[in-house]
Design a binder for this molecule. Structure first.
Ligand SMILES: Nc1ncnc2c1ncn2[C@@H]1O[C@H](COP(=O)(O)OP(=O)(O)OP(=O)(O)O)[C@@H](O)[C@H]1O
Ligand SMILES: O=C(O)c1ccc[n+]([C@@H]2O[C@H](COP(=O)([O-])O)[C@@H](O)[C@H]2O)c1
Length: 213
């Protein structure tokens, strides 16, 4: 059996424990030996981040330096157009061949908006979706057609993910982490502590560079 490979895309402005901890638990649950973390360059659906792509990448490097589970992929930084996940996964699938099991990791909030993503059906054609729970967001889709789409693809079998190349959605029983980059940016701007929310090395970098003031 070929090991499942997982890509974890995000804006990471900045990276925090709400990104890292659920995914470490997910990796244990389903037997992932690597998670490839990938910052976007031009988020397709939100304003440009406060930190530059280079700064967000630097923070990711600091965050994963002592975590062998993670490696970094900078491919989206090499494109100046919108960082569409469908394009990235098409390219990754071509590199990995048609039978390699591939997955894209998202949080529960991203699952809810997923049907509005560019060419979203093709994403499942190229990868599974692995979903981590997140507090404050519904588990059901906004409309019936999208709920039926979700139900058609859902699996609760980790074996399914390892045995098939793409097309399944797995909602992992990961714990809730009530942390967001928005909350961190707001707290930093108000001079409030964020010590428990992100790695110390990332916090030091933010302070050194005067980010999110
Ligand atoms: N606390 C969390 N629990 C589970 N998933 C999360 C959490 N925070 C972020 N994610 C997921 O990580 C991925 C990258 O998220 P992103 O970089 O936008 O972080 P964010 O905290 O949501 O940022 P912002 O507050 O700036 O919107 C997304 O798929 C998102 O759903
Ligand atoms: O391709 C799209 O249309 C699309 C729309 C929304 C989000 N994404 C990707 O989903 C990942 C999580 O997004 P975000 O904004 O929550 O960090 C990140 O890799 C984004 O580039 C992709």
């Amino acid at each position: 059996m070929t090991a499942l490979k997982a890509l974890y895309g995000g804006t990471f402005d900045p990276v925090h424990y709400g990104h890292l901890k659920p995914v470490e638990i997910l990796a244990n649950l389903i037997g992932l030996s690597k998670v490839i973390i990938m910052p976007n360059n031009v988020p397709p659906h939100r304003p440009q981040p406060e930190a530059t792509s280079a700064q967000r990448t630097e923070m990711l490097k600091l965050a994963i330096a002592d975590k062998p589970l993670f490696e970094l992929d900078e491919r989206e930084l090499r494109r100046d157009t919108r960082s569409y996940t469908s394009e990235t996964l098409r390219e990754w699938r071509q590199e990995q061949g048609p039978t390699q099991p591939l997955a894209f990791i998202i949080g529960q909030d991203s699952l809810i908006t997923f049907p509005s993503w560019h060419d979203y059906e093709s994403i499942l054609g190229n990868a599974h979706l692995l979903v981590c729970r997140r507090p404050g967001y519904p588990m059901a889709m906004k409309d019936e057609a999208h709920q039926q789409w979700l139900d058609r693809h859902l699996t609760n079998s980790a074996d399914d993910l390892h045995r098939t190349p793409a097309g399944k959605i797995y909602i992992a029983e990961t714990p809730w982490f009530n942390i967001s980059a928005t909350l961190i940016r707001e707290r930093l701007q108000q001079g409030e502590s964020c010590d428990e929310m992100l790695p110390q090395a990332v916090l030091r970098y933010i302070q050194e560079k005067g980010l999110y003031q």
